[in-house]
Design a binder for this molecule. Structure first.
Ligand SMILES: [Fe+2]
Ligand SMILES: [Fe+2]
Length: 438
């Protein structure tokens, strides 16, 4: 990364250069004469130009205009009292120069150029970018731990050829900086809402991709109002697909590609199974489906690690008590239903009781669940359906190959005598009557 500084006094220019070099790996060129800066600007490798406001004010002949014309992708930082000229990336106030420069190095434009994001970036599927046709943010490739390379700039076109080239190299994911999540979320919300319900079945992987990206973003940020549009579009899309494809194996076949993460499978299979059971029990209102699909998307948002739900379920099935040897990670795992339900309760747009399903999703009919150790009779009806569906989804995903999924295997793994109390009994009966596997 190359930075060019143009300040009228040579001491200040040098000082700023030294400070930036001490905090980053950028190569810094400090100059104080316009002619020197113009000379340096001939080098096409300059990523950031930092210049005093006075060099923006000479109309057509200003250095600012030179930078914009010669290197449109170079980010320009203005040192002055503002306002920030159109096309400049950042404003540094000269009053607290050291502090301001430090802040500047946290800004997304700087991180994008440095190629070394300080925060953990969020993965994004190339297919989703391809469907958008344009890069919603700067796209990075992960070369190793803390080793990133920027492959595409925000706004660059991204067509089928780009996707194929990328996937042929065996690369599965892009990454975007967490600062760019909001922008990408808006793009994908618009993309999903533009899909027609009639053609959605062909676009099923897009719903899974958007759900996966949303889930990663939620993990970084918690559930925030800005995510509302994409969340509701993803939920709407998943419900249309669930209604269109009641046979679970076909739903899975259409929805997922091999690279889809465990969590997105977990969430969507739970939604599918729980809607099927609820509908068998006569609870087939849109509102019930909404609560189920929303809880399915958000229930593990507060999990410390991705596939812990499966791990703990398998421990439980193996007879291990999860209350022994509580390490730090396990303690925070036991809190995730509480944290997740609290995050959801704060949002008026989410239907009431969705938080209750999330709070209850690790309770068990024998009273050995968590966080409250409720008995089967204390667990709410929809909570029971969700818990049962959560168990079903976990067993099926663990079995991996959907061709081996069938009712006999599932019932054997679930063992009926665990599910005979409270609303679990009705949920079991509903399972026996549904045509989940065609
Ligand atoms: Fe969970
Ligand atoms: Fe879960």
């Amino acid at each position: 990364m190359k930075v060019l500084i143009l300040e009228q006094t040579s001491e200040l220019s040098e000082l700023m250069g030294l400070y930036i070099s001490s905090l980053s790996s950028a190569e810094v060129i400090s100059v104080h004469r316009l002619s020197e800066a113009q000379n340096e600007l001939k080098d096409a490798g300059i990523n950031v130009v930092i210049l005093n406001q006075s060099f923006t004010e000479a109309g057509k002949d200003s250095f600012f205009v030179d930078c914009k014309t010669l290197h449109p992708s170079t980010s320009i930082v203005i040192v002055g009292d503002g306002p920030l000229p159109a096309g400049a990336a950042y404003l540094v106030h000269p009053g607290h120069l050291v502090q301001e420069l430090k802040e500047m190095m946290k800004a997304s434009f700087w991180k994008a150029h440095s190629g070394k994001p300080t925060e953990v970036p969020v993965p994004l599927s190339p297919y989703l970018v391809y469907r958008l046709g344009v890069c919603p943010a700067d796209l990075f490739l992960k070369l190793g731990e803390n080793n990133w390379v920027k492959l595409f700039n925000q706004g660059a076109p991204f067509g089928e050829e780009d996707r194929i080239k990328f996937e042929q190299k065996g690369l599965k994911e892009f990454y975007i900086l967490s600062d760019d999540i909001h922008r990408a979320i808006d793009y994908f919300g618009d993309l999903l809402s533009s899909l027609k319900a009639s053609s959605l079945i062909e676009d099923a992987p897009l719903v899974a991709d958007a759900g996966e990206f949303l889930w990663q973003s939620l993990k970084e940020n918690g559930f925030r109002e800005e995510f509302q549009k994409l969340a509701s579009e993803a939920i709407k899309g998943s419900l249309i697909l669930i209604r269109k494809e009641p046979e679970l194996k076909k739903f899975v076949e259409k929805m997922f590609r091999p690279e889809h993460a465990w969590m997105v499978r977990h969430n969507l299979i739970i939604a599918h199974v729980a809607c099927a059971l609820a509908s068998q029990m006569g609870w087939n209102s849109e509102q019930t489906y909404q609560k189920i699909a929303t809880a399915a998307l958000l229930h593990d948002m507060a999990l410390p690690r991705l596939d812990q739900d499966e791990e703990v379920w398998l421990m439980g099935v193996g007879g291990e008590k999860i209350s022994v040897n509580l390490d730090h990670e396990m303690k925070s795992f036991l809190q995730h239903p509480i944290e997740g339900s609290e995050m959801v309760r704060r949002h008026k747009s989410i239907a009431p009781d969705t938080d209750k399903i999330i709070l209850e999703h690790h309770e068990l009919p024998d009273g050995h669940g968590f966080p409250r150790g409720l008995s089967a009779h204390q667990i709410s009806p929809l909570g029971a359906v969700f818990i049962f569906s959560h168990a079903i989804a976990t067993i099926l995903i663990h079995e991996k190959d959907p061709r081996k999924w069938n009712m006999a295997m599932l019932k054997d793994r679930l063992s009926q005598d665990r599910w005979i109390n409270g609303h679990f009994k009705k949920a079991w009966q509903a399972l026996e009557m549904t045509n989940l596997f065609g």
